[in-house]
Design a protein around this ligand. Structure first.
Ligand SMILES: Nc1ncnc2c1ncn2[C@@H]1O[C@H](COP(=O)(O)OP(=O)(O)OP(=O)(O)O)[C@@H](O)[C@H]1O
Length: 253
């Protein structure tokens, strides 16, 4: 279990300290306008930046106290962009840094529908293909390709994983993440700009504004029309989706 205990940053980029947990089995969406602090929060949750206030613990141990190799098996971060100094074949890139066998890599490639690209060089991939490869690599790092149940209590953090994906790929990815969270008791936190994807697939939402988490709860609780219009400085209405009643955000013309 990943816990924030009054954790935040006093110096820019600032993050007002707060406490909460990433729950196993849950897909959490982190939303907010540009510059609100979403990536900053992911750097805190992942341990890439140490909090200047409070603590972030995995189980009961602060992230800084974890052995790096053990931590890498328990939490993975998918950053916004892929920077490569070498044209790795996709298969090797996905396995990089993990001890995954060939069949485990194949299983992860199949989850992201990447088998046809396995032998291709990563530098030649389209933006959306590269994004899926980065996600596959994180899943491999967490042991998701293994047939036996991998270590419990793993955490997957993704920064705008749908930004380069077409709508079909967005749907498949969000369905996959939701399935993985529930089937493998993974805790997943995902920065999303698309509030309708958030409403449709997230179990819980954190809304950030100017370095402060201002709301947390189910999509129906957080995605309130007045709040969203103010925070995003946008003309919009929030309706209710036929069927499941989840929020539906509509921009005014
Ligand atoms: N090293 C830094 N020093 C000072 N300010 C920074 C630094 N890095 C980021 N910031 C600022 O902190 C704020 C939060 O940045 P962050 O990248 O977390 O926002 P975000 O919510 O992820 O935005 P976006 O939706 O545009 O990706 C921004 O205003 C950014 O300009």
């Amino acid at each position: 279990m990943l816990s924030l205990i009054e954790a935040g940053f006093a110096r820019p980029p600032t993050l007002v300290p707060f406490s909460d947990r990433l729950m196993p089995g849950e897909l959490l969406a982190i939303v907010g306008p540009n510059g609100a602090g979403k990536s900053t929060l992911l750097s805190l949750l992942s341990g890439f930046r140490r909090p200047e206030r409070g603590t972030v613990c995995l189980d009961d141990t602060p992230l800084a106290g974890w052995d790096p190799a053990a931590l890498a098996r328990r939490r993975a971060l998918v950053a916004q962009s892929l920077t490569l100094g070498f044209d790795w074949p996709v298969r090797e890139l996905v396995a990089l840094g993990s001890e995954a066998t060939e069949s485990e890599v194949d299983a992860v490639l199949a989850l992201l529908d990447l088998q046809a690209l396995a032998e291709r060089g990563a530098l030649g991939l389209s933006g959306g293909e590269a994004q899926r490869v980065m996600i596959a690599r994180a899943l491999c790092q967490l042991g998701l390709g293994r047939s036996e149940q991998p270590e419990p209590g793993r955490v997957l953090l993704l920064d705008e994983p749908t930004s380069a994906l077409d709508i079909g790929q967005q749907q498949r990815l969000l369905r996959l993440l939701r399935h993985l969270a529930q089937a493998h008791r993974l805790a997943i936190a995902c920065v999303l700009h698309d509030l309708n994807l958030t409403a449709r697939y997230a179990h819980r939402v954190w809304l950030l504004e100017r370095g402060r988490r201002i709301a947390a709860g189910t999509p129906a609780e957080v995605l309130d029309g007045c709040t969203l219009a103010r925070v995003f400085d946008a003309e919009l209405t929030v309706g209710s989706r036929q069927g499941d009643g989840s929020p539906l955000v509509l921009l005014a013309p």
